[in-house]
Design a binder for this molecule. Structure first.
Ligand code: PFF
Length: 365
């Protein structure tokens, strides 16, 4: 009988880019920095690093392995693997809860994506130029106090996500992710360089890396573990879906290491960029979800070339948010199509972030 061979990533690099596109996003810059600030600094950071290395790495590899073995969408993969191994069918609940969780995360992720879009435009028109902590904090509060503005930016962000997912595979996005990652790292380095000029860099380094273990609590450990899962896109079946396109020849551990190092470096650089500005301006590290939106515009508004750098930064942040949001929408779209059409199949090509596949070929089995 002839059957369609399973679609596969065109190269290991494409796979790394897709996984990194999902992993690197608002979680690394927006969520990481305010979680560090709210959870006592270094104690959180060190537990987070341990969670990433000791729990995140094996789970990432496990999701890819299960996906590669199942070669279907996460719900069917879990159901099938449970059946083959004589385990209860309830294991498919893992796939179902992942799809639901991805949808729920997207519901707030897209709101923050909207903020980022708003700040990109704000940078174009020079809104932050010469601003001080009060005026920039005031702009952020004004945005939060305006439901119409929030709804508008959220809708604009979701329209972009839906448009990309609906159009399917777009080759351009692969090269965009390829250039976005180094550009993001370079910009973060520029911001860290700016942080060094504030005179509060040492304080920021101590805050992030010299632990006050009395700050450690069960809640901090839970928050660090949650951040490790969030930043690596784990537990949503997304990495499982990506694993379903993997060939047997890919070394999963070294690939996971590459993705994790990139993801972690971006998060740590974000912290080193943000906290010097926090301390230099007498802001509170525990500011909450607004932290990057009141600190980074301050830096851009007051550094040479800040208008252009601010624009590039918020554009890159929005783009990183988009590639993650696409991966968050994909499972819901996939399951909806499947329920509507009644077929069981491999997950749809993760549009946008999975740009170049070998075309499926006929093979005799
Ligand atoms: N990892 C993404 C980030 O750090 O922004 C967010 C995310 C994407 C979480 C996909 C979960 C997920 F399944």
């Amino acid at each position: 009988m002839a059957k369609l061979a399973h679609a596969q990533w065109s190269s290991r690099m494409t796979f790394v880019l897709a996984a990194a596109g999902s992993a690197v996003g608002l979680g690394n810059i927006w969520r990481f920095s305010y979680m560090v600030g709210e959870n006592g600094g270094a104690a959180f950071v060190l537990v987070y690093l341990a969670c990433v290395a000791l729990v995140g790495l094996p789970i990432l590899v496990a999701e890819w392995l299960i996906g590669r073995r199942g070669q279907k969408n996460p719900i069917d993969t879990m159901a099938e693997q449970a059946r083959q191994n004589g385990k209860p069918a309830a294991w498919l609940g893992i796939g179902v809860s992942g799809v639901l969780a991805a949808f729920l995360i997207l519901s707030f992720y897209s709101v923050i994506g909207g903020w980022s879009l708003n700040y990109t435009l704000g940078s174009v028109i020079g809104t932050f130029s010469g601003g001080d902590a009060d005026s920039i904090g005031g702009m952020f509060s004004a945005m939060l106090a305006s439901p119409g503005e929030l709804l508008g930016w959220h809708t604009a962000f979701m329209v972009l996500v839906i448009a990309i997912v609906a159009r399917g595979v777009t080759k351009g996005l692969e090269s965009a992710v390829r250039s976005m990652m180094p550009a993001l790292v370079i910009l973060m380095l520029v911001l860290v360089g700016y942080g060094m000029t504030t005179g509060h860099f040492g304080e920021a380094v101590a805050f992030m890396f010299r632990p006050d273990w009395s700050a450690l609590s069960g809640g901090v450990v839970l928050a660090a573990m949650g951040q490790a899962f969030f930043t690596l896109s784990l537990g949503m079946g997304i990495m499982m879906a990506y694993g379903s396109y993997l060939g047997q020849d890919v070394n999963l551990i070294s690939t996971a290491r590459t993705v994790i190092i990139l993801d972690t470096v971006i998060a740590l650089l974000a912290g080193l960029a943000i906290f010097p500005i926090v301390f230099a301006n007498g802001l509170s590290p525990g500011e909450g979800p607004g932290l990057i939106f009141v600190t980074l515009p301050l830096a851009f508004g007051n550094m040479a070339g800040g208008t252009v750098l601010g624009l590039i930064f918020f554009l890159l942040l929005t783009f990183a948010a988009l590639t993650s949001a696409i991966s968050l929408l994909e499972p819901t779209v996939e399951v909806t199509i499947q329920v509507a059409s009644g077929e069981t199949r491999q997950p749809a090509v993760p549009s946008g972030i999975v740009p170049s596949f070998d075309s499926p070929t006929q093979q005799a089995t």
